[in-house]
Design a protein around this ligand. Structure first.
Ligand SMILES: [Zn+2]
Length: 70
């Protein structure tokens, strides 16, 4: 059985192996798609959901890196 993850674009729960992991580079603040599974990450199931999450600001809400350090 594959671990299940929730897509932040459509909120559907799907097998992690079919999804793309998204993390944030702590240094640059850039979003990293399909990078190493270090730190906090979120998941998207498709290009459409990735675009939707970008437009809605879901990544910023889910991958908050500011506020703690200041
Ligand atoms: Zn999705």
């Amino acid at each position: 059985m594959s671990p299940m993850r929730t897509c932040i674009g459509c909120r559907k729960v799907k097998p992690a192996e079919t999804m793309q992991r998204v993390t944030r580079n702590k240094v640059s603040g850039d979003l990293v798609f399909g990078g190493p599974s270090l730190g906090r990450g979120v998941w998207v199931c498709s290009e459409a959901c990735r675009e939707r999450a970008l437009e809605s600001g879901a990544f910023d809400r889910s991958l908050k890196t500011r506020g703690r350090s200041s």
